[in-house]
Design a protein around this ligand. Structure first.
Ligand code: ADP
Ligand code: MG
Ligand code: ZN
Length: 456
């Protein structure tokens, strides 16, 4: 019997806001522990949360980019549980009225997007543990997908596309090393052809996209093999150990939380009026997929180049500034250095480099040396060409003089050429190149020689 996997992802994304969601503390990653805190995010009794409108706007922008319906009248709920990293013993979240509903990322359906507060972060040392509350209250968006994915690659592609969209919209930097994007993977298996889903197993708290793929590559065969042995799977929560390359059991269904959600009494409902929605709509950026198509149509780039450039918004912007008259050549230079936007090279320097090569001022090979120097020093190519004395001789007067010398010194090649052996011209071009110490522009040399030989 053949089995297939069913995968649905819950993705948590920290929003790129200056301050936290319900207080004015800064959202600085990496600040000294417990220095970005106040009575609100420390959960002191009697304090009142104040909603950060920017967090709402960013969540709605994300929803619009994903094609969700925006809930015009949503609200906040308390999700109750005890955990040392959550001082209030409840998390403010959204339960039955999330800000965004429906939508799609590629072929994968998005169920909902809701907003909540991130919790603090625990650290475990040799003999004790500590909690850093700087993270507590960071605006956190949860994006829940439909169980539409079937393979680890599907999950990888979905996360990559989702990240691309959120970064493009300035909603989040999605830096996974900083925990700005975290993911819970839900996965079950079933015999191919069966309509109902199998028992859902959740792998919690994944913090890399490739890790998600690896975890699923392990977990799917594990479940299939269990079923093939006649075992029954049950709903459970697991963890992924990336060093070990295995998932392991964390808790079974009996230990599932009952969060006792109820409406948050300290916050007003969120009302999104037409004006606010229209304002956010105006901020909608061009989506990566549309941008890829435009790069192919407008700049004549191959799909591959468009994909590489658009996958990194900063790189795509850099390319657009550098494209000039020969966008494909500009793309080639840009793609040779993956971190080009962090080098001192300016986009217009790429335009100038391509133009210098296309005009025959320097050869393609010399272009590589110039490019290396541009990368290292950030100097404009014209300056490097001048300093290194690389410019090819494109002065027709000088080339004509060399051409005449070459013709006079090589009567045999001249006779061969005139007798119809076009290849004989190459020998003469070689002579002129030698006389110019390699600096003459070969195309120009060839046309000057041809003209002279045909004319007389
Ligand atoms: P919970 O309430 O336990 O979080 P949800 O029904 O909200 O469960 O689903 C959470 C995630 O799990 C969603 O992304 C959903 O698509 C996915 N999912 C639900 N059922 C299954 C299943 N049987 N197999 C795989 N994924 C599933
Ligand atoms: Mg869940
Ligand atoms: Zn605070």
């Amino acid at each position: 019997m053949d089995f297939e996997a069913v995968i649905g992802l819950e993705v948590h994304v920290q929003l790129k806001t200056r301050t936290k969601i319900f207080c004015g503390c800064a959202t600085d990653f990496g600040a000294e522990p417990n220095t970005r805190v106040c009575p609100v995010c420390l959960g002191y009794p009697g304090v009142l949360p104040v909603m950060n409108e920017e967090a709402i706007r960013k969540t709605i922008l994300a929803g619009l980019m994903i094609g969700c319906d925006i809930t015009r009248h949503s609200k906040w709920d308390r999700k109750n549980y005890f955990y040392p990293d959550m001082p209030k013993n409840y998390q403010i979240s959204q339960y039955d009225l999330p800000l965004c509903l429906g939508g799609k990322v590629g072929a994968v359906g998005v169920t909902r997007i809701h907003l909540e507060e991130d919790v603090a972060k625990s650290f475990h040392f040799a003999t004790n543990s500590g909690v850093d509350f700087n993270r507590a209250g960071t605006p956190l968006m949860e994006i829940v997908s439909e169980p539409d994915m079937r393979t680890p690659e599907d999950a990888f592609n979905y996360l990559t596309a989702l990240k691309e969209i959120l970064v493009t919209g300035g909603v989040s930097d999605c830096d996974m090393e900083k925990g700005q994007l975290r993911c819970d993977c839900n996965v079950s298996v079933r015999p191919v052809g069966q309509v109902t889903f199998g028992e859902k197993i959740e792998i919690k708290n994944m913090n890399s996209i490739s890790g998600v793929k690896r975890a699923l590559e392990y977990e799917i065969p594990r479940q299939i093999n269990a079923l093939k042995r006649g075992e029954k799977l049950q709903q459970e929560t697991r963890r992924w150990d990336d060093d070990d390359g295995k998932t392991f059991l964390m808790r079974t269904k009996e230990y599932a939380h009952d969060y006792r959600y109820f409406p948050e009494p300290d916050l007003m409902p969120v009302v999104v009026d037409d004006t606010m929605l229209a304002e956010i709509r105006r901020q909608l950026p061009e989506l990566p997929e549309a941008r890829r198509h435009r790069f192919v149509a407008q700049y004549g780039l191959p799909d591959y180049d468009a994909g590489v450039l658009v996958a990194n918004g900063a790189l795509a912007n850099f390319f657009e500034q550098a494209a000039g008259k020969n966008p494909k050549a500009a793309a080639n230079w840009i793609m040779t250095v993956s971190e080009i936007t962090t080098t001192p090279i300016q986009p217009e320097h790429i335009t100038e480099l391509v133009a210098a090569i296309d005009a025959g001022q320097i050869s393609g090979k010399q272009g590589k040396d110039v490019f290396a120097e541009m990368l290292a020093a950030g100097k404009p190519p014209a300056l490097i060409i001048k300093e290194k004395g690389l410019a090819q001789v494109s002065d027709t007067g000088a080339i004509e003089a060399f051409a005449e010398q070459a013709i006079a010194a090589n009567p045999k090649s001249v006779a061969d050429f005139r007798a119809g052996n076009k290849a004989a011209l190459n020998a003469l071009v070689g002579q002129v190149m030698k006389l110019s110490k390699g600096k003459a522009n070969p195309q120009l040399v060839s046309s000057v020689l041809a003209k002279k030989l045909q004319g007389s």
